[in-house]
Write a protein that binds this ligand. Structure first.
Ligand code: GLN
Length: 285
């Protein structure tokens, strides 16, 4: 165990000790606390553990090795082909739940859902929510479907999973003007940015790259969100640390939004922008 942690630290992994423990838990089929009473490993288990440690030292994401990623109350299945949900995305869900509070059956759309982390958390934590999760990447959406099926089997209201592009003007035409909340963790990394190998080599490129300033996909997303949201409906978009001014400015310049605000994640870094759709309903209210 100590050897494994040293091996990972020497490979430059910051959370070496925790990663070694989680890999040992995975190799032995125990919880992390269960490691306290673990005796000698048998040969095959020791080999399995050593193999996992070597892969982690080679920068395979921890979550790909264990096969799951925690996100709020859920454990999501992840692996090659899908973006690993991050703890810094948990706070946007908290904001969304605040906005949905009081609505009996709010209509919610998660654009670029990946593993389904945001959509499935909202369905889990707001039992009345009618959630649609959109994903354009054919590999990633297989993971969305696996996670959505698991949550439905566990008793959450089923999330509708839809193959589609968040910038497509024909996306979800049936929901136009009827959506209470559009939320997205879109690809927003500026082209050419340097990323850790876990991210650059293992997260799907479609989930990361957002053009020269990182906001290309967001521009299309704003048009889609404006079309889908009812007047007074809420928008929440995750962004990069450096986009805490640029994204709110983009939303304001787009027009048709008020209450534009930016919010930090739990680490205090600028992380997501929110806004309210302006307009009047056809009947007028
Ligand atoms: N936050 C991600 C990262 O760690 C990028 C996510 C995104 O583009 N949506 O690189």
């Amino acid at each position: 165990m100590a050897d494994a942690a040293r091996r990972l630290a020497a490979a430059g992994i910051e959370s070496a000790r925790v990663d070694a423990e989680l890999l040992l838990a995975h190799a032995t089929g125990r919880s992390r606390a269960g490691l306290l009473t673990l005796d000698e490993l048998d040969g095959p288990t020791a080999d399995r553990f050593a193999g996992l440690v070597e892969q982690r030292a080679d920068r395979v994401p921890l979550q790909h090795l264990t096969g799951h990623a925690p996100f709020r109350y859920l454990e999501l299945a992840v692996g090659p082909g899908v973006f690993v949900p991050r703890p810094e995305t948990e706070q946007i869900v908290e904001w969304c739940l605040g906005r949905l509070a009081g609505g009996a059956e709010p209509v919610v759309v998660d654009l670029g859902t990946g593993s389904g982390a945001i959509a499935l958390s909202l369905a889990h934590e707001h039992p009345g929510a009618r959630v649609t999760a959109v994903e354009r990447d054919p590999e990633a959406i297989e993971w969305t479907r696996v996670n959505a099926a698991a949550r439905a089997a566990a008793g959450d209201r089923p999330v509708e999973v839809l193959a589609g592009d968040m910038t497509d003007p024909r996306l979800l035409t049936g929901l136009e003007g009827r959506v209470d909340l559009v939320v997205s963790n879109p690809p927003y990394v500026p082209d050419g940015a340097r990323l850790p190998r876990e991210v650059a080599d293992h997260d799907p490129p479609l989930a990361l790259w957002g053009g020269p300033d990182g906001l290309d996909v967001v521009r299309g997303l704003l048009t889609t969100a404006a079309r889908l949201l009812r007047p007074g409906g809420a928008l929440a978009i995750e962004h990069a640390d450096q986009q805490g001014t640029a994204l709110p400015a983009l939303v304001r310049a787009h027009g048709g939004w008020d209450d534009v605000a930016d919010h930090p994640d739990l680490a205090g870094r600028p992380r997501f922008t929110t806004a309210r759709r302006v307009g009047t309903t056809p009947g007028g209210d």
